[in-house]
Ligand binder design. Structure first.
Ligand SMILES: *[C@@H]1O[C@H](CO)[C@@H](O)[C@H](O)[C@H]1NC(C)=O
Ligand SMILES: *[C@@H]1O[C@H](CO)[C@@H](O)[C@H](O)[C@H]1NC(C)=O
Ligand SMILES: *[C@@H]1O[C@H](CO)[C@@H](O)[C@H](O)[C@H]1NC(C)=O
Ligand SMILES: *[C@@H]1O[C@H](CO)[C@@H](O)[C@H](O)[C@H]1NC(C)=O
Ligand SMILES: *[C@@H]1O[C@H](CO)[C@@H](O)[C@H](O)[C@H]1NC(C)=O
Ligand SMILES: *[C@@H]1O[C@H](CO)[C@@H](O)[C@H](O)[C@H]1NC(C)=O
Ligand SMILES: *[C@@H]1O[C@H](CO)[C@@H](O)[C@H](O)[C@H]1NC(C)=O
Length: 879
């Protein structure tokens, strides 16, 4: 049946009901005659406006206001007759345009210049799923033949025109998923409204549901969800005889759920979740025998689940009760007929036993009862569910064994049972569920060994077994879990060594083995975990030294190796752990110099206490004794002896560009007679300055470190001229991909040309196979981070100064983005990269990761910068 005949037929059927005695023959005759009459009437009304001649210009005019692409899609719109094969246009046999359907045409534009009132015979207008903006024209209310209007999924804004209420033939009105605001017009409701299907969801509508909505006569589907509607749910809403689907979720509705909803004998879907509804669940809802989906979650509902609702179990497939304040027992006969698919009762205060019908609830897809006080032995409470994807029983008082049946649920992706009292062993067959992505059995009383079979769970991303009584060793087979992101085995009684195979879990981000009896050394292979952010090996009996390769864990944010028997010194490569936020090395046998890096300076004394003999410039520990320093100096000297000549040779041979702009009065006379190095810029001999810098920082001795950036260490260097500069040395690892030296040079060259008050001046650079460093202006007031972390400085840095600082940074960014020849994106703006001089003027620094934006090119690159500082919207890896 086409849309045109829909409304008429309904009228006819209504009329036929009032002539019950007519024979079927007569009925057909009358039907035929009425049809003719109506068609003629239609012809007369529309014909009188001589509209067809107006339609083509109206459509063509509108077409010209759309963007290029849209116009191309409407290529066929040419000539005087829209009925001549125009895309999306349908006509009746009298050549009147009766339908426009441009669903999913990616049209861009507005309806502002669409002379819509000329389309008087239009019965159906569908412009859904485009990118149309602007208001919905109130003149749509003049299209009195309109039966179906669909403007959904566009970007229309403004108010819903009340004139739409004049469209008495309209039975389908869909405006959902736009940016409409204001009140829902009263005019849409009322006894004269012929609406069967009204969808206004996903807009910004406010105010209460209009009282005229009590009186829809034919409404079947009413969608008002995802708006900002307030007030309470009308005790009568639409027609109880006709309403099938009522969706009011995600609004701000208050008050009680009206008992009268129990009279809606055809209701199939009732979505009231995510509002602020209070009171208890009305027992009367149990009368709705047709109900399939009932969602009441995330409200303030109290009381128990009414017995009467057990009567619903005939057809019920979805029952959402989560996040309310419901008490009492879970619905006992919830799955009597086995139709239930989704049951979520999590985050309530349900108590008592699990309903026994759960075992036979074979169609279950999702089961969530976490965060209640449900008790009982559930060893045999669960069956095998072919479709089950997600089960969460966490945070209850359940006990018994972990059932073998879970492994037989072929679709199960998440098995979560933490914080209960489950005992016994982890079933060995769990390793057969190779679709499992998450296992959480933490905080129970599980015993026995970790089954080796778990190493076969190829899809596993999360494995939480911490806080149990597991014994034995960590299975080597875990090395095959190539998707594993989190492995938490803390607080068990695990013994043996850490298997080096764990280093093969290349996606691992969180590794926690703390609180076990693990022995032996930290496997060097663990240092391959390039994505690792948390490494917690605390409270074990690990021996040996810290591997030099620690510096490769570039993304490490938390490191806890306290309470072990680690010996030796802290490797110098710790300076490469530039993302570290928390460190704890206390209670070990460590000795020697604590690297002079910021993380140790920020850490509390407790983080390094109780070691054998740590020394360094850190409060609470002794300064390193001279002879030790001598030792290190000696080896350093040896290194310099070997490295420097090689370096200088290489330097002269290969590359190294540097220039320094000094204040004019300190300028040294150019030495014209000396053979000028090809890398010297201006009047300076690059080689000489290079050497004086290397000398000034004592070949990058850690005593000269003044800070850390995203990809390097910053040293302070006083040149023979008296000038103080900051030298940023890039971290270079053998296996790091070689920087493209040419493009590096080009970038830096451009950066040296930037001159802005709020940007740290870059004087020059050296690119050399051994060292790659930048020479910056030295700013001596500290970073924003150090200022904010220092109580006194933070007070002195008052609001007035802060506002100025923000303006300065904004200025600098604006300059970089808009005023440079090529736009420059900083990509790592963090509190450590904003330096202050003594006047609290901010200077943006560290363009180490900045890349030039080529106009028009795509700039999606890999992650740059400091972890913890990426913008919230930036997802590193979809999970
Ligand atoms: C209508 O247009 C289509 C393609 O756009 C073409 O294949 C068809 O032949 C046209 N029909 C008429 C009657 O022009
Ligand atoms: C719009 O159409 C109506 C009737 O079809 C006509 O009277 C009016 O002039 C048109 N307006 C414009 C701006 O074209
Ligand atoms: C609904 O359930 C109640 C209590 O469980 C029962 O007494 C009543 O007869 C049931 N009503 C219908 C209509 O089945
Ligand atoms: C589950 O179904 C089986 C067979 O259909 C039946 O024997 C058993 O009583 C049912 N169990 C429950 C708790 O309903
Ligand atoms: C586990 O059992 C112990 C004693 O039987 C009890 O004290 C504890 O509260 C239980 N824990 C949970 C989460 O039910
Ligand atoms: C490191 O682990 C130990 C033992 O588990 C714990 O007491 C300490 O608080 C942890 N340190 C930090 C900084 O979290
Ligand atoms: C460290 O080793 C010593 C002797 O080897 C031992 O007595 C001590 O218990 C060990 N400490 C830890 C925390 O394992």
């Amino acid at each position: 049946m086409n849309l045109f005949s829909y409304g008429i037929l309904n009228d006819l059927l209504a009329k036929m009901k009032s002539f019950p005695l007519l024979s079927s023959f007569k009925t057909i005759l009358i039907f035929h005659n009425l049809m003719l009459m109506l068609l003629l009437a239609g012809t007369i009304t529309t014909g009188s406006g001589n509209c067809n001649s107006m339609v083509a210009p109206a459509l063509l005019n509108w077409k010209t206001t759309l963007n290029d692409k849209s116009r191309k899609l409407l290529q066929s719109w040419v000539g005087p007759d829209p009925c001549n094969n125009w895309t999306g246009i349908a006509c009746n046999n009298k050549s009147f345009v009766i339908s426009i359907n441009l669903d999913r045409f990616r049209l861009r534009g507005t309806l502002d210049h669409f002379n819509i009132s000329s389309l008087t015979s239009l019965q159906s207008l569908n412009l859904s799923n485009n990118q149309l903006t602007g208001p919905i024209p109130f003149r749509l209310g003049e299209l009195c033949s309109l039966e179906s209007l669909d403007l959904s999924s566009n970007r229309f804004n403004g108010r819903i025109p009340p004139s739409l209420g004049n469209l008495t033939r309209l039975h389908y009105l869909s405006l959902h998923d736009n940016a409409l605001f204001g009140l829902v017009p009263t005019e849409l409701g009322g006894p004269n409204s012929g609406l069967v299907d009204l969808r206004l969801s996903a807009n910004h509508l406010t105010g209460p549901i209009p009282s005229s909505f009590e009186n829809f006569t034919r409404i079947e589907r009413l969608h008002l969800h995802t708006n900002y509607l307030t007030g309470s749910i009308l005790s009568k809403l639409g027609n109880p005889e006709t309403l099938i689907d009522l969706s009011l979720y995600y609004n701000r509705l208050t008050g009680l759920i009206p008992s009268s909803l129990g009279n809606y004998s055809k209701l199939v879907t009732l979505y009231l979740h995510q509002n602020q509804l209070s009171g208890s669940i009305p027992p009367a809802l149990g009368k709705i025998k047709t109900l399939v989906d009932l969602a009441l979650s995330v409200n303030n509902l109290t009381g128990s689940f009414p017995e009467e609702l057990n009567n619903l179990t005939g057809k019920l497939e979805t029952l959402w009760l989560a996040s309310n304040k419901l008490t009492g027992r879970l619905p006992a006969r919830i799955c009597d007929r086995g139709s239930l698919r989704i049951f979520s009762a999590n985050n309530n205060s349900f108590s008592g036993m699990l309903p026994s019908t759960i075992r036979n609830c074979s169609r279950l897809l999702r089961l969530r009862i976490d965060g209640n006080q449900i008790t009982g032995n559930v060893s045999d409470a669960f069956g095998v569910y072919d479709d089950l994807e997600y089960v969460d029983l966490s945070y209850n008082k359940l006990y018994g064994k972990v059932s073998n049946n879970w492994a037989r649920c072929r679709s199960l992706m998440a098995l979560k049972m933490s914080n209960n009292n489950f005992s016994g062993v982890i079933p060995d067959n769990l390793g057969d569920s190779d679709q499992l992505q998450e296992i959480d059995l933490a905080s129970n009383l599980l015993t026995g060994e970790i089954p080796i079979s778990l190493g076969r769970l190829n899809s596993l991303i999360y494995l939480f077994l911490h806080d149990n009584r597991l014994r034995g060793s960590i299975p080597r087979e875990f090395g095959k879990l190539l998707n594993l992101g989190t492995l938490n085995l803390a607080k068990n009684a695990l013994t043996g060594a850490i298997p080096s195979e764990i280093g093969d879990c290349s996606r691992l981000r969180i590794l926690n083995f703390s609180g076990n009896y693990l022995r032996d050394v930290i496997p060097i292979k663990l240092m391959r975990l390039a994505e690792l952010q948390v490494l917690d090996l605390a409270d074990n009996s690990i021996i040996g030294g810290l591997p030099l390769e620690f510096g490769k864990l570039k993304r490490l944010e938390t490191l806890n190796i306290s309470h072990n028997n680690l010996t030796g010194s802290i490797p110098s490569t710790f300076i490469d752990l530039s993302s570290l936020i928390t460190i704890d090395i206390s209670y070990n046998e460590l000795e020697g110099r604590v690297p002079n890096i910021h993380i140790f300076q920020l850490a509390p004394f407790e983080a390094i206490e109780n070691n054998k003999g740590l020394c360094g410039d850190i409060i609470g520990i002794s300064e390193c004794r001279l002879n030790k320093k001598h030792n290190s100096k000696n080896t350093m000297a040896l290194r310099i002896l070997i490295i420097v000549p090689t370096m200088c040779f290489l330097f002269v041979m290969i590359t190294g560009i540097l220039f320094i702009r000094l204040s004019k009065e300190k300028k040294i006379e150019p030495q014209e007679s000396v053979n000028i190095s090809p890398f010297a810029i201006w009047s300076y001999d690059g080689k000489m300055v290079y050497e004086s810098i290397i000398e000034a920082v004592e070949n990058f001795n850690s005593n000269h470190i003044i800070g850390f950036g995203g990809c390097g260490t910053v040293y302070g260097a006083e040149l023979p001229t008296g000038e103080v500069v900051a030298v940023k040395k890039f971290n270079m690892l053998e296996d790091d991909e070689l920087l493209n030296v040419k493009s590096f040079e080009n970038e830096i060259r451009a950066l040296t040309e930037i001159r802005h008050l709020n940007i740290v001046k870059l004087y020059g650079f050296c690119s050399h196979p051994r060292h790659m460093f930048l020479v910056y202006e030295f700013i001596n007031g500290g970073t924003l981070r150090t200022i904010l972390n220092d109580v006194e400085k933070a007070i002195e840095f008052n609001w007035f100064k802060r506002v100025h600082a923000i303006k300065g940074v904004a200025d600098a960014l604006s300059y970089m983005h808009h005023d440079c020849l090529q736009p420059i994106i900083h990509r790592d703006l963090s509190s450590s990269n904003i330096l202050f001089d003594l006047e609290y003027i901010p200077h943006l620094s560290d363009f180490g990761t900045a890349k030039f934006l080529k106009a028009g090119s795509s700039n999606w690159t890999s992650f740059a910068g400091t972890y913890g500082y990426c913008a919230p919207g930036m997802k590193l890896k979809p999970m």
